[in-house]
Design a binder for this molecule. Sequence first.
Ligand code: F7E
Length: 340
Amino acid sequence: MPKTALITGIAGQDGAYLARLLLEKGYTVHGTTRRSSMPQGHTRLEALGVIDHLHLHESELTEASNLQRLVGRVAPDEIYNLAAQSHVATSFDVPIYTTDINALGPLRLLEIVRTMGGKCRFYQASTSEMFGNAPAPQSEETPLNPRSPYAAAKTLAHHATLNYASAFGLHASSGILFNHESPLRGIGFVTRKVARGLAHIALGRQDKLLLGNLDAVRDWGYAPDYVEGMWRMLQHDSPRSFVLATGEGHTVRDFVEAACRSMDWSIAWSGEGEHEIAIDTKTGRTIITIDPQLYRPLEVNKLVGDPSLAERELGWTRSVDFAQLVDLMIRHDLHEATAR
Ligand code: F7E
């Protein structure tokens, strides 16, 4: 029997890649999008050529009764809860909205799954941000220490997911995903901002790029690998939490340098802190400056994950390394900028 899946937040980067993966596996795929994102918010689903094969529903994680009707109608075998307010910096400005979507949203879904008999498997999109400044590498055993409203809300949802699995026997798993990127990444996240910004500077469309903390270390993987991991978690015999990560850490500065290498562009850094700049060594032009407004009220300094459990138990591996990831993002944004 072909399976049916419901993906909340299907129009996002992960939602789009997961929809493609599940369609390839023969699933009937339903997905929710925000009302405000209709009808022009489906560019990723169009880019992957999947939009005509999906069943899309306007639904918000704030609306419990609407969600209940939807789950009742779709009767999914698997729910992937990917809808979120996913910007960490923004969560400091809109903590209550962030908590409603990221903490209470999953709880509403878990309640629906439980009251409907608990047969449907449930995936919760948890995050490395929950670790805060706990020493790297972080694994499933690392104590959680959230440092933003985003991370605090995700931590509640993570515990609720595992709690519903133990208390009510739900197959509810939590994927603790480290940063995962792609050409479909939103332009507010640093990797895409850098790739797109440098492509625009190279084509004379933009003067320079403003960045925040260059010293933050992140573990950046390739999003299509990570949605494969989500699916594997729900096929596993028993529910639990799994870290998906590459095990390699790089600073934001490393990412900029790798992006410039991909473009055969040589830059030199000078100055420190808020006064640090990057100069194009050929022209002497300043192409990167720091905007202190982009610093976060609290920063998470170093996130590098240990994916050994997922590798061992799920047979999960990554197909793209850091240099390849940066290169494919740069190629995409150069191509897109040239085509416009
Ligand atoms: O920031 C620094 C910033 O916004 C990465 C989300 O998917 O991954 C993502 O969260 C780092 C931070 O991602 C800029 O301070 C410097 O240290 O790309 P980001 P994030 O906050 O790590 C986790 C796993 C999630 O769960 C989240 O949903 O880069 N940084 N300069 C900057 N960040 C941004 N956005 N913009 C800058 O100009």
